[in-house]
Design a protein. Structure first.
Length: 154
């Protein structure tokens, strides 16, 4: 959070960049979070540092809690699979087509995870925007009013 407060940018742009990063962090696109974050930051002119800080909310310590909660939340809506047929997870197995076919065929597992990730991504991004905007506005002494700037990059 300290890194976000010291960025030389508007509270809106910092909070928006962080929120986009958090949104990506809660998606099940493992291994693509950083690349997608940077692509989106460049494409939409977002603060790249803020996006990356948000993306790194998903890290080795938070990975299982995030995806576990996502699968649980999704399961509340579409049900929980009685069993999850998973392919063997040996390192050499990931280079075999059988592994990927079995993994893709586990729709009973993917459906709640994808729905839960979508729900948590939106909720976490919205909450993080408001929270970071408030913290940065307070830290930079800009007052207590929430002013949303126009579409310009200000």
């Amino acid at each position: 959070m300290q890194k976000l407060v010291t960025l030389d940018d508007s509270p809106h742009r910092i909070a928006l960049g962080f929120a986009v990063g958090v949104f990506l962090a809660f998606t099940p696109l493992l291994g693509l979070h950083t690349v997608l974050g940077l692509l989106i930051a460049f494409a939409f002119g977002l603060n790249r540092v803020a996006v990356l800080v948000g993306v790194f909310v998903n890290n080795p310590w938070t990975l299982f809690p995030i995806y576990g909660l996502a699968a649980y939340v999704g399961g509340l809506f579409v049900g929980f699979p009685p069993t999850v047929p998973m392919a063997a997870l040996g390192f050499g197995e990931i280079f075999k087509s059988r592994f990927w076919i079995e993994l893709a065929g586990a729709w009973s597992f993917w459906k709640p995870l994808l729905l839960g990730s979508a729900i948590l991504s939106c909720a976490a991004a919205a909450l993080s925007y408001v929270l970071v905007f408030f913290i940065i506005t307070r830290a930079k002494g800009a007052g207590r009013t929430l002013e949303f700037p126009s579409a310009s990059r200000g």
